[in-house]
Design a protein. Sequence first.
Length: 418
Amino acid sequence: MATPIVTGLLGALLATTAQAENLRMSWWGGDARHAQTQAALDYCGPKLGHTVAAEFTGWSGHQERITTQIAGRTEADIMQINWPWLPLFSADGSGFVDLRAHADVLDLSQFSDAQLAGGEMNGVLNGIPVSTTGRVYMFNKTTFDKAGLAVPTTWDEVIAAAPVLREKLGADVYPFEAAGLNAIFLVSMAVTQATGKDLIDPATNTVAWTPEELLEGIRFYQSLVEAGAIRDWRQVAGEGNIELFEMRAWAEGKIAGTYEWDSAYAKYADPLGASQELVPVKMLQIDGAVTEATYAKPSMLFSISRNSKAPKAAAEVINCLLNDPEAIEILSDSRGVPASKVAFDRLSEKDLINPNVAAANGIVLAGTGPVVSSFNEHPRVREAFADYLENIAYGQISAEDAAEGIIDDINRALRQFQ
């Protein structure tokens, strides 16, 4: 475990005598993240002799803003980049500065090889992971307790819980929710568990699954709908596709389970109040699973613009934000559980990580599964899944034809990256 003294010495060894620079940093987030990041920059800038102007927005529209800036070469020196954007902005690895070129001021030893690999494009380290996140099952333990049931650990238990919850708590109570994006994740999880393959073949950037394999994943999703374990796509759409954490049914414990990012635990726990308990659980597996199919990825990356006139100074600031003891405490877990070892140790020592978030993140880090391609989150890949799953729900296409169509549409969308 790194001590403040050791970390301070490390910072001193990495420090340079680079001249003072005027830098810009952009990110998205909520009010808490904005305040903490600004405070960390107010600490790191003066410490390093640089000034760092903050440019922050909410999530909505941030990608479009960054796209416009990069096209006009007006982007900030330091950028918070969403992982799926890497192939869009740097398909060959030249879109951002190679951070390994600044390893003299950026301590990469605080990150595992697997974590750093998540920030690479074409072998070039384009971004350093701020945190590692993944999808975790979360259940409202209070709802299951009221029905005399244990929190599910298998899909059979989820299905078996559905009629019991309705009988004891009401006809509008469901053990799980999987609509929209979560339906896509659920189908993908089932296929990956059955085959051991990610959706995208990294060698060819084409779909790795056969139509028959994808069909089984769709049928698994349909089986949950038919068993009353989850609500039908049409029902959710008819209610306006409201975010789950904003639903009254969620706040009242009438929807008792979901599959969400570990870092989003508080967003789903807070609406339940102090009287209900939301617990993360290990990966549920289908029968015959060959892997847990844990969906893990860098939650976000810090990258440096290739147009920056002061990339070394920018790397110094990134190192301070991620590895400096004071900055670590200021940022805390505002971007999830830190990927940096020294940051994780520091926050753990100070009890600054929500124990439930830490537990959820621990499930992700301990999980098994193939490396997840960032193309899983390409807009046109998501669009193909969503369109066909919706058409199945409304009876406009068969599951067999949908499986063929999803694969064809995704392969067409990714042709430019092959």
